[in-house]
Design a protein around this ligand. Structure first.
Ligand SMILES: NC(=O)c1ccc[n+]([C@@H]2O[C@H](COP(=O)([O-])OP(=O)(O)OC[C@H]3O[C@@H](n4cnc5c(N)ncnc54)[C@H](OP(=O)(O)O)[C@@H]3O)[C@@H](O)[C@H]2O)c1
Length: 372
């Protein structure tokens, strides 16, 4: 059993919202003896979410502390908690650290309480702490468990279901098609037989989208004539718009949505990647506003009877097993492809997080702490 664990902390405030490796510091601490109701896990891999930098800037990740909200795959090494047994492979929230003590009683970090239905499936108080079925662990490596079967794949799956049934005649627009959720949404919409156009940041990104996701077309959202290209790509208007970006892009695309169409708004990643971050709002905005549905867009939605809901994916986690089975079948048939973007090594975590905002990458950025 390990005696100590290593942890990256947020050590120094950023200047002008610029994130560098100097913001991180490595610490080593003894692993405490396990109390009743606790389990010790070895973190195998963490997902790095695009909100990481704004969490640090906005004080959600406190200086001197690690970011405790990362979604991670871990193996249970020792357990005095009835919900876990030795050898279980689980999803949980974790700090930037290689070992962690968890409890099934713990609530999630940064989210409300899990619903009763989700608690019943998970056997824990957190919507994010969940023991994978052994068959899933045998079939899929941690990077796939935490991507296709993690928040990205589940958001795409439930989002397309809630926008459905998707019809073969639907013209679907996918913002952030190079991103973790968008790259899966685009594939699922194509599998449903729709005509699918994604948006990517530049010609190379668009080429990647077309080559890797097998969709019909991709438009560079940075192009000066983006709106003209959008109109040309959707001569009959847009039936489904999948949007995790928000901001001016959402407003432009919403203007081309058809009567009775469907908007799947699930995030506002555009703001996370901006050179300057928005100041944290005085009051917590509604999910709709946080996901880029401004008052102006609400008006368009009303006028055209566009269906839209805003939710966090864990609202559907009581249906997770069916989603896992459906997505597993699509992966096994080769219709759906996982997009792997894994950085190796616990020591490389700061570089990986910094690189997220500096270099183009596709799919979910993940850091694998040690060979499996
Ligand atoms: N509701 C939920 O339950 C739920 C679940 C998962 C995620 N989310 C949220 O959904 C959002 C997207 O998540 P994700 O993990 O898919 O994000 P991601 O992997 O970080 O991808 C975001 C994509 O956004 C594109 N992008 C960045 N700035 C842009 C801009 N100004 N205009 C247009 N596109 C831009 C990038 O494309 P290029 O690199 O090609 O420029 C990037 O590939 C986040 O806000 C996340 O918090 C919500």
């Amino acid at each position: 059993m390990p005696k100590t664990y290593r942890k990256w902390i947020f050590a120094k405030p950023m200047v002008d919202d610029r994130l560098g490796v100097e913001q991180f510091e490595l610490q080593e601490h003894p692993i405490p003896a396990l109390q009743e109701g606790q389990a010790l896990v070895r973190v195998k891999l963490v997902n790095i979410h695009s909100a990481t930098r704004s969490r640090m800037a906005g004080g959600m990740t406190k200086q001197g502390d690690t970011d405790r909200s990362n979604y991670a795959c871990a193996e249970v090494l020792q357990s005095r908690d009835q919900a876990f047994k030795e050898g279980d492979v689980i999803a949980c929230q974790a700090g930037w650290q290689d070992y962690q003590v968890i409890r099934s009683d713990d609530r999630s970090v940064g989210y409300g309480a899990a619903s009763e239905a989700v608690r019943a499936v998970n056997g824990t108080n957190s919507q994010w702490t969940y023991v994978f079925r052994p068959a899933m662990v045998q079939m899929w490596p941690p990077e796939v468990l935490m991507d296709i079967f993690g928040t990205s794949g589940m958001t795409a799956y439930f989002g397309m279901r809630q926008c459905g049934p998707l019809r073969r005649t639907d013209a679907v627009a996918v913002a952030g098609a190079t991103g973790s959720v968008g790259s899966i949404v685009a594939q699922l919409a194509k599998i449903a037989g729709c005509s699918v156009v994604g948006f990517g940041g530049g010609p190379d990104r668009c080429r990647w989208v077309m080559d890797s996701l097998g969709i019909d077309y991709c438009i560079d959202y940075r192009a000066m004539d983006f709106e003209r290209q959008l109109k040309a790509a959707f001569p009959g208007g847009i039936d489904v718009f999948s949007d995790g970006i928000g901001g001016s892009l959402t407003a432009t695309v919403a203007g081309l949505m058809n009567q009775d169409s469907r908007l799947f708004a699930y995030g506002g990643a555009g703001a996370f990647y901006a050179d300057r971050l928005d100041a944290p709002p005085q009051q917590r905005p509604s999910l709709r506003r946080a996901f880029g549905i401004s008052e102006e867009i609400e008006e368009i939605l009303k006028q055209r009877n566009i269906k839209s809901e805003a939710w966090i994916v864990h609202d559907f986690y009581h249906e997770r097993l069916k989603a896992e089975d459906d997505l597993s079948r699509l992966l096994q048939s080769g219709a759906l492809k996982p997009i792997n973007n894994v950085v190796d090594g616990f020591d490389n975590l700061p570089n990986a997080v910094v690189g997220l905002y500096q270099a183009a990458r596709s799919g979910k950025l993940q850091v694998r702490f040690s060979p499996y």
